[in-house]
Design a binder for this molecule. Structure first.
Ligand code: H2P
Length: 839
């Protein structure tokens, strides 16, 4: 029978439950107690790392109180919940964020001060949790922050990679080198191992169709044999801002089902004895770098299945505890698929409903298509996931059967609506013909979901008119929506720019706990753009943030930076479509122009410092060459006495969330210069603007909506528009014009690189040839207008008063880009979940 719950006397429990430590003496006591007991360290010779660990454990105690209470109240009320399935969560550091969200930063600073530590030094000791590549993973992290802050019952599910995104080193020649990121080497105080929460996950084996009493095959099957591994849960607490709500991020670790094969060992085969254990552990060993081609395909598919199977098993168990019939599953559960990576959740839920729950096909499909929601993050063809059928059949034989069945029923219904349209059937099939045949995951995600969305208005339109056009025609346009991405203002303003946050609170005379959760309030800053005293404070904060960045570069790289220059920043994953190459070629153009100027002319030029940071996928040769070019251009121009006071360039290695937190508040201008139609949204554009940096960009992604909010006069746009792109590419292929003719300025720059002005004469040819031949990303089409836009930025910067006004107006109009707005749209228009206040 069931155990009585709660056990014993509820009052005895209640009276003795601890609360959040809010005052300095209680915090000091908890800190010292963790030093003595949890860390088993002698208090008098504790180092800063030890102090970080003690502070983290003490803050964690507070999080746990709220986390338990939140879980308890969710269980008791059993509301509909949403689950965010993402292979990436780019969390960065946790301690500062937790202190701010709990409103405990001041008392912790005081308590640690008394014990001889500076809170800022303590915070610096934390390693980033870098379980993501870029925007997609950071978006997931912002959405968790907003879900908790908006008191929404949302859990994240992901993988606990032993190694996150690689550490980037730059060799003396300027090459990117990759080193593992052993982020778990120090104890990680933010995760709770839950050895009691574990599920078995099967791979390979055989799937036999079940036959009915007449010997006919049914929709059901039995999947047996193969390899079984264990998924073990690690829980990460996600505190909301100024609320008790503390949600959960559950990360799975793979473990062998049987750690050790004693038979092999006894037979003298030690390697055989540990082999199965190694192959199971490998599943969650590394995060895949984006665009890594070829390598480890099967392992990546294993990761996807391992994670979706464990997450669904966990979700189903929780649902079953409510005691409702399985048909009501979608009334209690919404599952958000972050990109196509978790698409296997669709056939997996079908498998459970058909084979375990023994539902008929239609009833099962009905549940599935009311449970899932799919977000697309790119329309680039090379980024749309496809899996070879032979691999799927080998690794997941039962899922491949189900996918074939889904496809059969689906194509039958398409045929019904568009009789005789064989082209259409071929285009829409879940299986792409070819050698080998491949499963089109985006199509499966689309037809298995209740709704589909893109991440900015332009992108969502492109999804509907390009990659999913046939599906819009078949299923109707109302299934396809847009949720423009957002960013959490807690991390991306309050945490990374505390002085600006304080100025905003004092100016608006509103506590930050209010405006940080209602970012539209920033609009009230608009009139202050006309207030000279306010402008001065605003500009002084930007200046101090520039000095903070310069100090960071000085202490980490030993380089001295001119903080009176304009700071121009481009930070993101290296990719041809993001066009870091356009930026570096523009820098070279500026350098050559400066070299040609007279001394008098140079005196009128405003100094500029250009920053780059970002990682290239280890197998992405052209992206790596771009890094090498940036590093070597920097070497030459930073040493050129004629120009170095007017132009300098830095490639900051090992880009991370924490580095972004230093760079973003320091930027005067940032670059978001993708070829029109290629950047789905971008989110760092929002972060820069929120911190009063102006935007230089193409008419692409969320740049467009930013301009709509702040007004076109406050952004610097250039380049061709999306509708022109296809034609231009056609011209490049069928009527190519030599670059010398089309864009002499660019040709000159390319020739200087080829001639060896930055060393390594031949090394860059493959990179330059991507522009000279084909020029898929249209650098030669956009170069002149790019240079013109850069000149407009220079011009605008000369009138510093007007510039600061633009900066204030930009920041003031960022309300829309809070991830709170975005998450509320998902909650209302997609998941149909409601806020749960945790008392
Ligand atoms: C991607 C898109 C971005 C988008 C982000 C979040 C995949 O991120 O390219 O345009 O803003 O998802 O939706 P990224 O390129 O930063 O890795």
């Amino acid at each position: 029978g069931k155990e009585k719950w709660p056990r014993g006397d509820e009052k005895a429990w209640k009276d003795n439950m601890r609360d959040v430590d809010k005052d300095v003496p209680a915090i000091t006591k908890s800190f010292v107690s963790h030093v003595q007991t949890s860390l088993a360290r002698q208090p008098y010779n504790l180092d800063t790392l030890g102090a970080y660990q003690a502070a983290a454990l003490s803050v964690r105690d507070n999080l746990l109180v709220n986390w338990n209470e939140t879980a308890l109240q969710y269980t008791r009320r059993a509301p509909k919940r949403a689950y965010y399935l993402s292979l990436e969560f780019l969390m960065g550091r946790t301690l500062d964020n937790a202190l701010l969200n709990l409103d405990l930063k001041q008392p912790y600073a005081q308590a640690t001060q008394k014990l001889g530590f500076n809170i800022e030094d303590i915070l610096e000791k934390e390693r980033d949790a870098a379980l993501g590549n870029g925007g997609l993973g950071r978006l997931a992290a912002c959405y968790l922050d907003s879900s908790a802050s908006q008191e929404l019952p949302v859990w994240g599910y992901g993988l606990r990679y032993k190694y996150g995104i690689f550490q980037q080193l730059i060799s003396p020649e300027g090459n990117q080198l990759e080193a593992p990121d052993p982020w778990l080497d120090n104890q990680n105080p933010w995760e709770l191992p839950r050895l009691d929460v574990a599920y078995e996950v099967r791979f390979y084996g055989n799937a036999e169709r079940v036959r009915d009493e007449n010997g006919n095959t049914t929709d059901r099957a039995q999947w047996t044999g193969g390899q079984e591994v264990l998924a073990v849960a690690y829980d990460v607490m996600i505190p909301g801002s100024y609320t008790r709500t503390t949600n959960n991020l559950r990360l799975w670790e793979s473990k062998p089902k049987r750690g050790f094969d004693l038979n092999s060992f006894n037979a003298g085969n030690y390697e055989g004895a540990v082999e199965s254990s190694n192959s199971a552990a490998a599943i969650t060993s590394v995060l895949y770098p984006n665009d890594s081609t070829g390598f480890g395909k099967e392992l990546r598919l294993k990761q996807q299945y391992f994670w979706t199977a464990a997450s669904l098993a966990d979700i189903l168990r929780r649902f079953k505890n409510i005691g409702k019939p399985i048909q009501e599953f979608p009334d209690y559960v919404a599952v958000q698929l972050n990109d196509t990576h978790p698409t296997l959740a669709i056939p997996e839920l079908m498998r459970i409903l058909l084979d375990d729950e023994e539902l008929p096909w239609d009833a099962a499909w009905q549940i599935v298509t009311n449970t899932f929601f799919y977000t697309n993050h790119t329309v680039l063809p090379e980024a749309l996931e496809k899996w070879p059928v032979p691999l799927m059949e080998h690794l997941l034989p039962r899922h491949m059967q189900i996918i074939y069945d889904i496809n059969l029923f689906f194509l039958q219904s398409v045929e019904k609506k568009f009789p005789g349209d064989r082209d259409r059937l071929g285009r829409m099939s879940l299986i792409e013909e070819g050698f080998p045949k491949q499963v089109r995951m985006a199509f499966l995600a689309c037809i298995g979901s209740r709704k589909v969305n893109g991440v900015a208005e332009l992108h969502s339109e492109l999804v509907k008119t390009t990659i999913l056009k046939d599906f819009v025609e078949f299923e109707g346009v109302s299934k396809f929506g847009n949720v423009t991405n957002g960013i959490t203002p807690r991390r991306w303003l309050d945490q990374c720019n505390p002085e600006l946050s304080a100025l905003i609170s004092s100016t608006l005379k509103v506590d930050k706990s209010v405006w940080l959760k209602d970012l539209y309030q920033l609009e009230k800053l608009l009139p202050y753009a006309e207030d000279a005293a306010f402008r001065e404070k605003w500009a002084a904060i930007k200046q101090r943030n520039k000095e903070r960045l310069a100090h960071h570069v000085e202490t980490t790289l030993g380089l001295t930076i001119n903080t009176h220059a304009m700071f121009d920043v481009q930070i993101k994953r290296l990719h041809e479509y993001k066009r870091q190459t356009l930026n570096i070629l523009g820098v070279i153009h500026r350098y050559l122009t400066l070299k040609n100027m007279s001394k008098e002319e140079r005196e009128k030029v405003n100094p500029r410092v250009v920053f780059f940071a970002g990682k290239a996928a280890p197998a992405y040769y052209i992206a790596k060459l771009t890094i090498r070019l940036i590093v070597n251009v920097a070497r030459i121009i930073n040493a050129d006495a004629d120009t170095k006071d007017l132009l300098s360039l830095y490639f900051l290695p090992d880009y991370s969330v924490s580095l972004a937190e230093v760079l973003i508040p320091a930027s005067d201008i940032s670059q978001h210069i993708s070829t029109a139609g290629t950047e789905a949204s971008g989110t760092s554009n929002m972060k820069f603007c929120l911190n009063g940096g102006l935007l230089l960009g193409t008419v692409d992604g969320a740049n467009i909506e930013i301009a709509e909010e702040v007004g076109e006069s406050n952004v610097f746009f250039f380049g061709h528009l999306t509708p022109a792109v296809e034609d231009l590419r056609y011209q490049h292929t069928y009527h190519p014009v030599p670059i010398e003719e089309k864009c002499p300025a660019l040709a000159h720059v390319l020739n200087q690189v080829s001639a060896g002005l930055f060393g390594d004469a031949e090394v860059y040819e493959p990179l330059l040839n991507t522009i000279r031949q084909g020029d898929h990303y249209l650098l030669s089409d956009d170069f002149d207008s790019y240079i013109a836009a850069l000149a407009m930025v220079d011009e605008a910067y000369l009138d510093r008063t007007e510039w600061v006004k633009k900066s204030i107006r930009t920041s003031a109009k960022m309300g829309k880009f809070s991830s709170d707005r975005a998450i509320n749209e998902y909650a209302e228009s997609y998941w149909n979940i409601e806020a749960q206040h945790i008392s």
